[in-house]
Design a protein around this ligand. Structure first.
Ligand code: ATP
Ligand code: MG
Length: 396
């Protein structure tokens, strides 16, 4: 049985700079945090001065599970477990000596920083730090103080309702709170890049809906499932992602039957962008998001992007545009989507691929190829095939 209570403290990231909008951002952050906490037990959540307090209300609460989830909550810059003490030195020293020794195991040096948000506390900060440091030296053998390069940084915070003691605050996910940046429609393939693009925009507070194009039966059931799995993996950062699915089968067959092979991919991508814009309009998304990276493949040269971009008027956000494949893969591994992305199932872009795709297409030529099919009728038919699957992390 612990002789102290343990809670989680979360420190805000750049939202503290948002002045008059702070309260709005704060309530979005709290809302997401509450939704996450429900999976791990009964918690009381409050905020004071750019810190969120997450207090377990029963012993059954899974603090470690919630910590792991909060590491993926955008808007939080720092996160730590902390022990709660009464606001007097006797209790602070008692809790420090009960709570900190296991956290200092294997560490040879430490420093204590104290902070008084409550200025009515009778001792000044350096004195609080000195007393806690002294107590630690006597209760943890072999430990020494190192003010400049401590192996462990202990913090004692005297706040309004209590004192909080913690060691080595961890870095949070950073970025802006979920849903603070409007809603975007992510074109989600089964590849490596588009989940990373979704992650990067979610980090800026964008609420993500996803649109996947399939080409059933050329693409199979497992390719479809793979995309839902990717969406669920991204849900660790975004809570819930509706995935809209549109079939391109008939469009691809018509392009193959009537158009020059070299233009297949560009024409297909123009259909995709057009359908994505219609989907965005239906679901209130204010931008499209793709995983394109300049020069990565023939359809991602500047000239090819210009041709596919020409058909839409919504902004198209391409957060991977300046990253090379290595960098994208590093992020994909970090966010846990890489292993799913490399599963070897067909994507609609990998069937009927031209042997010599155009890297410097002329718009006039692309339009004349596009006119060989009934663009409007094919787009209407594809759009009518759209269905939606709502993905949440619990289903993983
Ligand atoms: P990824 O790794 O994301 O599949 P990629 O390098 O394979 O990217 P492309 O196939 O040219 O590149 O696709 C570029 C972008 O177009 C993707 O990042 C994605 O945003 C979108 N896209 C491609 N295929 C699909 C699809 N089947 N469904 C939805 N979006 C797609
Ligand atoms: Mg792809």
């Amino acid at each position: 049985m612990n002789t102290f209570r343990e809670i989680i403290l979360c420190k805000y990231g750049e939202l503290i700079l948002k002045g008059a909008n702070l309260a709005t951002f704060e309530s979005l952050l709290m809302k997401d945090l509450r939704a996450r906490a429900r999976r791990f037990g009964d918690f009381r959540i409050s905020h004071v001065q750019s810190t969120l307090y997450v207090e377990p209300l029963s012993d059954a609460c899974d603090l470690s599970g919630l910590m792991a989830s909060l590491h993926k909550l955008f808007g939080i810059a720092g996160i730590t477990r902390a022990a709660v003490a009464e606001k007097n030195m006797e209790d602070i020293l008692r809790v420090a000596c009960a709570y900190l020794p296991p956290l200092l195991a294997g560490k040879h040096s430490f420093r204590v920083d104290a902070k008084r948000a409550d200025k009515s506390f009778p001792l000044p900060s350096p004195e609080i730090a000195a007393q806690v440091g002294g107590a630690l030296l006597s209760c943890v053998p072999g430990l020494r103080v190192d003010l400049h390069h401590p192996a462990s940084l202990i913090r004692v915070e005297i706040r309004e309702n209590a004192a909080y003691i913690h060691a080595d605050q961890e870095k949070g996910a950073g970025g802006m709170p979920p849903r603070s940046g409007g809603k975007g429609l992510l074109l989600l393939s089964g590849g490596i890049d588009s989940p990373v693009a979704g992650f990067m925009m979610a980090k800026r507070g964008v609420e993500i809906e996803a649109l996947h194009f399939e080409s059933f039966p050329y693409t199979g059931e497992r390719a479809r499932e793979k995309v839902f799995t990717l969406a669920r993996e991204l849900c660790e950062y975004c809570t819930r992602i509706p995935v809209h699915v549109i079939s391109l089968t008939h469009i691809q067959e018509e392009l193959r039957a009537h158009c020059e092979e070299d233009y297949f991919t560009l024409l297909l991508r123009r259909f995709m962008m057009h359908l994505a814009e219609r989907c965005a309009a239906r679901y209130g998304c204010r931008a499209l998001i793709t995983g394109e990276s300049l020069g990565q493949v023939a359809s991602q040269t500047m000239a090819a992007i210009a041709v596919t971009n020409e058909i839409v008027s919504l902004p198209v956000l391409r957060p991977c545009i300046g990253l090379d494949k290595e960098e994208i893969i590093r992020i994909a591994r970090g966010i846990g989507t890489y292993d799913t992305s490399v599963l070897p199932y067909e994507d609609c872009c990998t069937i009927f691929t031209p042997r010599h795709p155009r890297t410097r297409p002329q718009l006039e030529k692309v339009l004349s190829e596009q006119n060989k099919v009934d663009f409007a009728a094919l787009a209407d038919e594809a759009f009518a095939s759209m269905y939606t699957v709502s993905c949440t992390p619990e289903e993983r």
